[in-house]
Design a protein around this ligand. Structure first.
Ligand SMILES: [Zn+2]
Length: 266
């Protein structure tokens, strides 16, 4: 009986070398357990298709099922433990299709490819995850190229609007983001940074996803300063693209111009 209980609580998933352990799965119905297991399994696979394998071999996922929710995943966060894990608040009644089309899990899984950066560097972490959630969904045919362009452009528009009232240098605003509710500018300025990096890298037949895939396997520490992180990416890409644009973005007070035509090149 006790063994059965433990088995129900901890159902491991084997995806490549990564073993995800779903905590609290047994609080769902049998069908719910199958749906959530399949969704998480498939999302890890899609993320790894784009960003390569995660270095960590264990991924604890803490499920918080809700009875009432307005979206499939109303809240989620990375838990920087050893190994890193995720906390997912989920609508227990959402369909597999609704979960698959929700961006949150792709966003949180993307975070795991980067080290924990200081608050002033949150624009890099959130920007990377906000850009990558869309790249992963597009690469894996969850959304079309047109939707990919539309979603990024919509994020940039929201950030442009917020930049009118939140004009601090990006690194300072990142450190005070929660108090000032400046998520739109911080997240999407960071996404714009990675879009610009990707556009330049592509001229050298490289991509952000490829560089991060190598970084994950060779050199990703648990924590890093923004400068160390950027300098590792420069080395791996054999370019100065990451630092060049970092210096442009870190203290910027405006929002960049990025056109839909540029986004369509990605
Ligand atoms: Zn995030």
């Amino acid at each position: 009986m006790k063994l059965l209980f433990v088995l129900l609580l901890l159902i491991p998933l084997h995806v490549c070398a990564l073993e995800a352990t779903l905590h609290n799965l047994s609080s769902l119905s049998q069908a719910g357990q199958q749906k959530i297991t399949l969704w998480i399994n498939q999302s890890i696979e899609k993320t790894q298709n784009t960003l390569g394998p995660l270095k960590q071999t264990q991924l604890p996922i803490y499920l918080k099922p809700r009875y009432v929710a307005f979206e499939p995943v109303p809240w989620a966060k990375v838990k920087r433990t050893n190994p890193d894990g995720l906390e997912l608040h989920i609508d227990r009644y959402a369909s597999l299709n609704a979960f698959t089309r929700d961006w949150t899990l792709y966003h949180e899984l993307s975070h795991l490819y980067l080290p924990l950066l200081p608050y002033t560097g949150f624009w890099l972490s959130e920007g990377f995850a906000s850009y990558m959630q869309n790249v992963i969904m597009r690469d894996n045919q969850v959304i079309t190229q047109a939707e990919f362009v539309q979603r990024l452009n919509a994020g940039f528009e929201r950030a442009r609007l917020q930049t009118k009232t939140k004009q601090q240098p990006l690194n300072k605003l990142s450190a005070d983001m929660w108090r000032q509710r400046a998520q739109q500018r911080v997240y999407w300025s960071g996404a714009a940074y990675f879009v610009e990096v990707d556009l330049l890298l592509r001229q050298q037949n490289k991509t952000v996803a490829q560089v991060i895939a190598s970084y994950q396997l060779c050199c990703r520490p648990a924590r890093s300063t923004a400068k160390q992180f950027i300098s590792s990416l420069d080395k791996l890409s054999k370019s100065n693209v990451f630092s060049l644009l970092y210096n442009k973005y870190n203290k910027r007070t405006d929002f960049p111009t990025i056109t839909k035509e540029q986004l369509n090149l990605l």
